[in-house]
Design a protein around this ligand. Structure first.
Ligand code: AHG
Ligand code: MN
Ligand code: MN
Ligand code: MN
Length: 338
């Protein structure tokens, strides 16, 4: 007889865990539900990329100085529309928009939360059919409800996140998120159009055997990073070295693999990006939140990512994230080789 398993959909899970938030009256739950809806819409488009006019450049340069891909804009618009529809979020900071998007219509203007997002992470991989993602981060607004939100709502340290997560559009589509009570992963079952709980209470191994870094930037890495890379490459069976080098070029994909298998992801300062390439608000903080909730660590090389006080919407920081012991060993190398 085939073993039966109970399906827990994302919505059922959110309702079940509502008890974690006695103070909340379902607003965060509604917001997370709408994130799931937008993820399904973007996923449908990505699955047909190549058949519909969604590949390639949109023809503009974004605030990051990057060639905007059509899918960047598609994902950006659909997440904005879905979040507007939730009426629980009053403003959005997006990688693709220089300024924050304010919802000033009706209920949304009084929304309790603000939302930061990287609507499409790994844009360089879209046209070559390599997995990409969406990253999001949710805070309680600080400004008075009824008044428009403002930049101060977004200048909160990552520790203040009420929820954060990512969607990975890969061999399967997964939504992984945390509200500060552990990390849970949901896999989209296209036959029923639901995200189903597939990875309950995700914990990342304290030690792994994978290191992820764009080695092409080696010449300009800090000395401590160079020394750590040498450490990863030493032949020592007792410590399972040399580690494997794995780098996809989509932060969500590299982080998701390392979260499950154990590993460390590093984006140090480079010549092209002297403060690091990755953005604090909508890449590093949400990924750091997930990593720590799963038992890992996330640092900028000298301080905990989640404790950094943001100074601007698109601020870039060096980023070292993953298995607890591996990040610790890297930090020791940075300290030993200043
Ligand atoms: P995005 O596509 O949202 O701009 O992010 C790309 C980021 C991140 O996904 C990845 O880890 C990193 O860029 C890769 O950078 P390099 O190509 O410089 O290695
Ligand atoms: Mn990104
Ligand atoms: Mn992006
Ligand atoms: Mn980009």
């Amino acid at each position: 007889m085939q073993a039966s398993y109970t399906i827990t959909t994302l919505n059922e899970f959110i309702i079940q865990r509502q008890a974690d938030f006695p103070y909340a009256k379902g607003e965060l739950s509604r917001l997370l539900h709408h994130v799931g809806v937008a993820a399904k819409i973007v996923n449908k488009k990505i699955n047909k990329a190549g058949l519909v006019d969604i590949l390639g450049r949109a023809g503009d340069i974004n605030v990051q100085g990057e060639d905007v891909q059509k899918l960047d804009l598609f994902a950006n618009q659909h997440f904005i529309d879905a979040l507007r529809g939730s009426s629980e979020c009053c403003a959005i900071a997006s990688e693709e928009d220089q300024e924050i998007t304010l919802f000033e219509d009706g209920l949304s203007r009084d929304g309790k939360y603000v939302f930061c997002m990287d609507p499409l992470d790994g844009s360089s991989n879209i046209d070559v059919n390599v997995s990409v993602g969406t990253i999001f981060s949710i805070y309680r607004r600080l400004s008075d409800r009824g008044a428009p939100a403002d930049l101060s709502d977004f200048m909160q340290p990552g520790l203040a996140q009420v929820a954060a997560g990512y969607i990975i559009y890969g061999s399967s589509t997964m939504l992984v998120y945390s509200t500060g009570k552990g990390v849970n992963g949901f896999t989209l079952d296209p036959s029923i159009g639901e995200f189903c709980l597939s990875h309950p209470n995700m914990q990342t191994p304290p030690q792994g055997a994978i290191y992820s870094i764009n080695e092409g930037n080696y010449a300009h890495f800090p000395q401590g990073v160079k020394q750590y890379m040498k450490y990863c490459q030493v032949v020592d069976a007792a410590t399972n070295r040399p580690y494997s080098s794995r780098y996809i070029g989509s932060l969500v994909s590299d982080v998701h693999r390392n979260l499950i298998k154990g590993g460390i992801f590093m984006y140090p300062p480079t010549q092209k990006a002297p403060s690091g390439k990755l953005r604090l608000l909508y890449e590093c903080n949400p990924i750091a939140f997930i990593a720590e909730q799963a038992g890992g660590l996330a640092s900028d090389g000298s301080s905990r990512i989640l404790e950094r006080q943001p100074q601007s919407l698109h601020e870039r920081v060096p980023f070292y994230v993953g298995s607890h012991d591996m990040v610790q060993t890297l930090l020791q190398h940075l300290a030993d080789y200043p």
